[in-house]
Design a binder for this molecule. Structure first.
Ligand SMILES: Nc1nc2c(c(=O)[nH]1)N[C@H]1C(S)=C(S)[C@@H](COP(=O)(O)OP(=O)(O)OC[C@H]3O[C@@H](n4cnc5c(N)ncnc54)[C@H](O)[C@@H]3O)O[C@H]1N2
Ligand code: MOO
Length: 388
C-alpha cells in the first residue's frame, strides 16, 4: 500500500516513450507541441491601422485627402506634410504617417478633412513587431494547443505542426455480472457502465480509446484479453476484478503477462485497490470496479499519466483552494477525494459519497481532497480538483 503522494510520484517518475508526428493545423487541437515555435517574422509584420479613418501626415486641424489604402494593398502610398489618405482597419500605413484618426472624429468636405478633437502622434497605429519580433519564442515545447494557439500558428503561416502523438489507449471491463446497455437485463446482471464513463472521460481531455472490450471473470480470458491489448497499446485501463475476491483475477493475469507492479493499493478513499504496472513501454492501470472509484482514480491518476504520455508539460486536473460552504469532516483514517460541487466561490460536498454511486458524481464538478481525521470549518479553504 502506498500513500497518495507516493502513487503520484511513481506515476510522474515514469518515462513513457514519446513519439512525434506532423499534423495539419486544423487537426492539432489538444495536442502538445513537440518543438518550440519561434516567430518567423515580426507580428504585426508592418505598421497598420487600428481603425477605419484617415492616415495623417503632420499635426494640423485640416488635411488634403490625396488617396486611399485598403487592407491588402501592396502599393506604397506616400504622404507629404498636411496630406491625409483614407485608410481602413488592418491596411498598411504610409511610412510618413504621424497618426491615424478614426472617421467618426473627422468632418469630410470634398478632398478636405477637418479634425474634430486632438491628435496624439502614433495614435491608432499597430506598430510592426509590437506583439513579438522575428525570432522571439512564441510557444515552448509541450505547450497544449488551444483554439487561440491554432489561430496564432495560422497567422504565422504555419500549416503543419510537429506534435507529440497521443498514447494508444485500450479499455477492458471485467465482470460476470456485466451486460451491455441496450440489451435485456436478467436477475443479478448490471449494465456495464464503467468503460463508457472512462472512454468519455478520456475524450473530455482530448484522448480517445482505440478499443473497449468486456471480459467475464475468467482467468484465461482475462489473461488473453490483456495479452492482446498489450500488443498495441501504450496505456491499458482495466476496470473491476482488482480487489481480493475469489473472482478477482486481474492482478494475477497481469503478472502472468509479465506486467511489473509499480504499486498496488493506495491509502485513500475511494479507490483503495488501485493498481499501476508496466511492461516495457506499455503501462497498465487496473481501476476498482465501483463506478465512482474507477472514475475518481481515472481523474487523479490515469489522466496525469495520459497527459505526460502525450508530451504535456502540465499534467493533472486544475487544482484550486475554495472556501467550504459548511463544515466538512473526514472521520476515517484514509484521506478522501469527495464528490463536490463548486458554486458561487464555495464548495459543497455532494450527497451520495458511496463509491458505487455515480449520480452524485454526474452532479459534481470537483473532487474535494480531505485529509484523514480532519474537520474543515465553514469558510476554511478546501483543496479541490476540477473535473469539469
Ligand atoms: N474483502 C475486501 N473486499 C473489498 C475490498 C477490500 O479491501 N477487502 N475493497 C473494496 C473496495 S474499496 C472496492 S473499490 C471494490 C473493488 O473491487 P473490484 O475492483 O474487484 O471490483 P468488482 O468486485 O469487480 O466490482 C465492484 C463493484 O463495481 C461494479 N462494477 C464492476 N465493474 C463495473 C462496470 N464495468 N460497470 C458498472 N459497474 C461495475 C460491480 O458490479 C460491483 O458492484 O472491492 C471492495 N471489496
Ligand atoms: O476504495 Mo473502494 O473504491 O471505496 O469502493
Amino acid at each position: 500500500m502506498v500513500s497518495i503522494q507516493e502513487a503520484f510520484n511513481i506515476i510522474r517518475n515514469q518515462d513513457p516513450q514519446l513519439k512525434t508526428e506532423f499534423r495539419n493545423l486544423d487537426d492539432c487541437l489538444g495536442f502538445n507541441l513537440a518543438e518550440a515555435v519561434k516567430a518567423p517574422f515580426d507580428m504585426p509584420s508592418f505598421d497598420n491601422s487600428a481603425m477605419d479613418g484617415y492616415a495623417l501626415c503632420g499635426n494640423y486641424s485640416e488635411y488634403t485627402v490625396t488617396g486611399e489604402v485598403a487592407a491588402g494593398d501592396i502599393d506604397q502610398v506616400r504622404l507629404k506634410d498636411g496630406e491625409a489618405v483614407r485608410i481602413f482597419t488592418g491596411a498598411r500605413v504610409p511610412a510618413e504617417t504621424t497618426a491615424v484618426i478614426m472617421q467618426e472624429k473627422v468632418k469630410r468636405e470634398n478632398d478636405r478633412i477637418v479634425i474634430e478633437g486632438e491628435i496624439r502622434p502614433g495614435q491608432c497605429i499597430r506598430r510592426q513587431g509590437e506583439e513579438f519580433k522575428k525570432g522571439d519564442p512564441v510557444f515552448e515545447e509541450g505547450f497544449s494547443i488551444n483554439p487561440a494557439a491554432i489561430g496564432l500558428l495560422g497567422s504565422l503561416g504555419i500549416a503543419r505542426v510537429r506534435v507529440f502523438k497521443q498514447p494508444v489507449v485500450h479499455l477492458i471491463a471485467t465482470g460476470n455480472e456485466l451486460i451491455e446497455p441496450g440489451t435485456p437485463k436478467k436477475a443479478g446482471h448490471i449494465y456495464e457502465s464503467n468503460s463508457h464513463a472512462l472512454s468519455a472521460a478520456c475524450e473530455q481531455f482530448g484522448f480517445s480509446c482505440a478499443s473497449r472490450v468486456q471480459i467475464e471473470d475468467d482467468l484465461e480470458k482475462i489473461r488473453s484479453g490483456i495479452a492482446e491489448a498489450l500488443k498495441t497499446c501504450d496505456v491499458l485501463i482495466l476496470s473491476g476484478g482488482i480487489s481480493v475476491g475469489d473472482y478477482d483475477y486481474v492482478k494475477q493475469a497481469l503478472e502472468e503477462n509479465g506486467v511489473q507492479e509499480q504499486f498496488y493499493k493506495v491509502f485513500q478513499k475511494p479507490g483503495k485497490p488501485l493498481y499501476f504496472g508496466r511492461r516495457e513501454n506499455s503501462f497498465v492501470f487496473a481501476l476498482p470496479g465501483n463506478p465512482a472509484s474507477s472514475l475518481s482514480c481515472f481523474y487523479m491518476y490515469v489522466l496525469p499519466f495520459l497527459q505526460l504520455s502525450s508530451g504535456s508539460n502540465n499534467a493533472g486536473l486544475p487544482k484550486i483552494q475554495i472556501p467550504a460552504l459548511r463544515d466538512i469532516e473526514n472521520k476515517g483514517d484514509r484521506p478522501c477525494f469527495l464528490k463536490a460541487r463548486i458554486k458561487n466561490n464555495s464548495v459543497e460536498i455532494s450527497g451520495g459519497q458511496s463509491s458505487s454511486m455515480i449520480r452524485s458524481m454526474a452532479l459534481s464538478n470537483a473532487l474535494a481532497y480531505i485529509d484523514a481525521g480532519t474537520l474543515i470549518k465553514k469558510g476554511e479553504a478546501v483543496t479541490c480538483y476540477l473535473i469539469s
